[in-house]
Ligand binder design. Structure first.
Ligand code: AMP
Length: 421
């Protein structure tokens, strides 16, 4: 990425930041020769309950290009991360020591480990690092000062590096010591890693590139948890597809009969407001025409296909139906930009995953045809992984809550700390 591009990102970042060109550093242009790069990574990976071995290395693999960039450019690397939710004291099963073998495997070299991130030995090890070497610090959350955003703790951590790189998008919405507060100790030597750069670029591309048509697909359980993002998106999109449990609140708000489906009665008025706003803005709002209804919330339930606005009492909508799949797929295939957040049904049960699967394939097909697709936030990411389509969409976000907040236009402290002077 070049400076002109980074300046554009800065301007587009919800116009919160000072609109001036800066001499901000980027990982591609920085000279790492002889420097120790302190990298905040997201190595919060799942571990086997018995052996404590890494069971899914996705997050480690995702950080490798940033680490290798520094090493290949003549620098050394100090890695820091949290793992799980320790109660502020060391717990064996949450020690980052458990993931050393997996990092070594993915990186293709031996690494060092420091058993306390701010211990004497840790500083000894980081100050003796030679070019090409890597040191991993112990779980930051073994100290409660990390999540409190303690300045003194951040200042100590900062001593491990000459340059600070934040590549942990998943925690960018938290003002913790290692994700945000620490940046002030590197006024001229702070930057994003490749992962965060890609996250920012992807959102920027979807929300600010003005290619058309732009379709947002929003699913998941409840209107209440997606209301901010839906409202925000209405100012940007050409089409808004609503699926999942929240569709039934919309259907009821339109006067439909939705049986025992998930309904948020407090949000019926909100749903009406969204529909009015969509109409006044010329946004095509698509609600599922038909539904797979079940007689109980269970994988063993009896099912029937019915109109979404005529679900019998005692039955609940747990997936979108065939006509909805066709209508949504059509809309997606005609799009140039696609944003997808939230499943179309209870995809965790195979009986109710056809809708989500079909939408995942439609997004992949549209991408093959040249659209740019961003899958972000929680369960839709799990869905593309389940259907093995992660490689078939343009970008799968690594940050669940962080991505949602970013899309909602909230200033993420971890990003602001790098962008601000
Ligand atoms: P969210 O975290 O809000 O994106 O919601 C994801 C959850 O919504 C998943 O666990 C789905 O099982 C659930 N979900 C999707 N469709 C429905 C539905 N029709 N009824 C109940 N839950 C649903």
């Amino acid at each position: 990425m070049d400076y002109s591009n980074m300046s554009r990102l800065k301007i587009n970042f919800q116009a919160i930041f000072v609109l001036k060109l800066t001499d901000m550093q980027t990982i591609s242009s920085y000279n790492f020769e002889g420097k120790r790069a302190l990298i905040r990574v997201d190595f919060n990976v799942p571990l086997d309950k018995v052996t404590f071995e890494v069971t899914d290395a996705t997050r480690i693999i995702a950080a490798i290009s940033t680490i290798k960039k520094v090493l290949n450019a003549g620098g050394s690397v100090v890695l820091m991360s949290h793992l799980g939710r320790p109660k502020n004291i060391p717990e064996d099963h949450l020690s980052l020591k458990n993931i050393v073998p997996e990092i070594e495997k993915q990186l293709g070299q031996k690494i060092q480990f420091a058993s306390d991130c701010i211990g004497e030995r840790a500083f000894e090890k980081s100050s003796n690092l030679k070019a090409g070497e890597v040191l991993l610090l112990e779980n930051l959350r073994f100290h409660q000062r990390e999540q409190k955003g303690d300045v003194g703790f951040a200042e100590l951590l900062a001593k491990h590096g000459d340059v600070y790189i934040n590549d942990a998008f998943g925690t960018a919405h938290r003002a913790h010591a290692s994700t945000t507060i620490i940046a002030q100790f590197f006024p001229n030597d702070k930057m994003f890693g490749y992962l965060i750069e890609k996250e920012i670029e992807s959102v920027d591309k979807v929300l600010n590139s003005h290619q058309k048509p732009l379709t947002a697909i929003v699913g998941g359980a409840k209107v209440s948890s997606k209301i901010t993002i839906i409202t925000k998106l209405l100012d940007k999109v050409d089409s808004l597809i609503i699926g999942g449990g929240m569709a039934y609140t919309f259907a009821k708000a339109m006067g439909g009969h939705v049986g025992n489906s998930l309904i948020e009665n407090d949000f019926l008025e909100t749903a009406r407001e969204i529909m009015d706003k969509a109409k006044s803005k010329g946004v095509r709002l698509l609600i599922p025409i038909d539904t797979i209804a079940a007689d109980e919330f269970s994988a063993a339930a009896a099912t029937q296909l019915c109109d979404t606005n005529a679900i019998p009492d005692g039955w609940m909508g747990l997936d979108i139906g065939e006509k909805a799949i066709v209508a949504f797929t059509d809309e997606i295939l005609n799009s140039k930009l696609i944003l997808w957040n939230g499943p179309m049904g209870v995809f965790e049960m195979s009986k109710f995953q056809e809708g989500t699967k079909a939408i995942a394939y439609a997004v992949a097909d549209a991408t093959k045809k040249g659209a740019f697709s961003l899958v972000g936030g929680g369960d839709s990411v799990a869905a593309v992984n389940l259907f093995e389509l992660a490689g078939a969409v343009s970008h799968v976000s690594t940050g669940g809550g962080a991505m949602l907040e970013y899309l909602e236009g909230i200033q993420l402290p971890g990003i602001a700390a790098i962008l601000n002077d």
